[in-house]
Design a binder for this molecule. Structure first.
Ligand SMILES: C[S@@+](CC[C@H](N)C(=O)[O-])C[C@H]1O[C@@H](n2cnc3c(N)ncnc32)[C@H](O)[C@@H]1O
Length: 349
């Protein structure tokens, strides 16, 4: 039986943002149900290539089915996007025309009754994207001190009742299931008149902490820029303010030629812009999209283009080729092959 489908968000805007073209090569760092990946493959056909990454092995299986018609054009990897650069080296997949991050969770994960991401289904407090990882939400909830819990819930959940929630959690421990935790949070916060369930922010905080989501995002964005070729595109969709702030600040910083503190008489940082911002105002779904897919309502899309000269483009590839990881890599990189590929991919004369 086919799993229920995750409806991809802002698909047309993603395709435009990535400037998908036939024969292009793209990385989807958050493959999920494969909806964006399918659209990318359709628009990059003939000759397009896609490298899809997801930390969740179940997502890879679902995407495999959805992308079956393009099996020869895509490579699906079960890994964390924090390893983006290594994955692209390993599979000779760079430089690329476009990289997509569609952050957060898919409907498959949120609706999955055993993963513990939702406070609407009874499940063990797990919340790991990758089931092989050790740390679970139950470990955090049942072993962190009250002060640590309050800090985590405030920082990653932006929850105003973080101290009350942390105190109640410590009183009620051990807490084993999502529903027990949701009830504990409701008791701590009292009945609030709010559009969102009182457990929403604490569940977000725990998920971010379990999967180190913000640290991994910061690291992967930096890696992504280095993998983009001439005028390559970076497209990121985020779903909450913590993620969006990281993306916005990263892109703004990378779009500047100097990042010295204000008032510095002459530039000492030596920083040069590596990105050009393509949307000054963040792109959000239309009311029609939100109506048909309510989960899209918090989506915010940002697009940037790699600034790089042809010479720099080649220099970067040469530098990448000479790193120890690449030399040690069993797949054996060959510079000549790579340069030939580069010429084909970017039609550089
Ligand atoms: C919103 S869904 C993506 C949906 C997808 N764009 C589609 O059209 O079906 C986000 C996906 O990213 C994955 N993910 C989140 N953080 C990740 C990370 N650090 N590394 C790899 N995958 C990650 C999740 O497992 C989830 O499947």
């Amino acid at each position: 039986m086919l799993a229920p489908v995750h409806i991809p968000v802002l698909v047309e805007e993603v395709i435009q943002g990535l400037a998908v073209q036939p024969g292009g090569r793209y990385v989807d760092c958050t493959l999920g149900g494969g909806g964006h990946a399918l659209a990318i493959l359709e628009h990059s056909s003939p000759g397009g290539q896609l490298l899809g990454i997801d930390a969740d092995p179940d997502a890879i299986e679902v995407a495999k089915q959805r992308l079956a018609a393009y099996a020869d054009s895509c490579l699906l990897i079960n890994d964390n996007f924090v390893n983006l650069e290594l994955i692209c080296y390993k599979y000779d997949f760079l430089p690329v025309h476009g990289i997509l991050f569609d952050l957060g969770l898919s409907s498959l994960q949120l609706n999955g009754r055993s993963r513990g991401f939702s406070f609407q289904h009874r499940a063990p407090l797990d919340m790991r994207l990758n089931p092989n990882q050790e740390l679970t939400a139950a470990d955090i909830v049942n072993t962190y001190s009250e002060a640590e819990l309050a800090h985590l819930i405030k920082t990653y959940g932006e929850e105003g009742y973080s101290r009350q929630i942390a105190r109640r959690i410590v009183q009620e421990r051990p807490i084993k299931t999502t529903l027990e935790l949701a009830r504990t949070i409701e008791q701590a916060t009292g009945r609030r008149r709010s559009k969102i369930h009182p457990a929403t922010k604490t569940f977000q905080a725990l998920r971010i902490a379990v999967n180190q989501e913000l640290e991994h995002l910061e690291s992967a964005l930096k890696q992504a820029v280095d993998l983009l070729g001439f005028e390559g595109r970076l497209v990121v969709i985020s779903y909450h303010s913590l993620e969006d702030r990281i993306v916005k600040q990263f892109m703004q910083r990378e779009a500047k030629d100097c990042i010295c503190p204000p008032g510095t008489p002459t530039c000492v940082c030596g920083h040069t812009a590596s990105l050009r911002l393509l949307n000054r105002r963040v792109i959000v779904p239309s009311p029609a999209e939100v109506k048909t897919n309510p989960r899209s309502r918090s989506a915010r899309l940002r697009v940037a283009e790699r600034i790089i000269s042809h010479d720099e483009h080649y220099n970067i590839v040469e530098k990448l080729c000479s790193t120890s990881e690449v030399k040690a890599n069993g797949n054996g990189w060959r510079r000549a092959t790579l340069l030939r590929k580069l010429r084909q991919v970017f039609a550089v004369s």
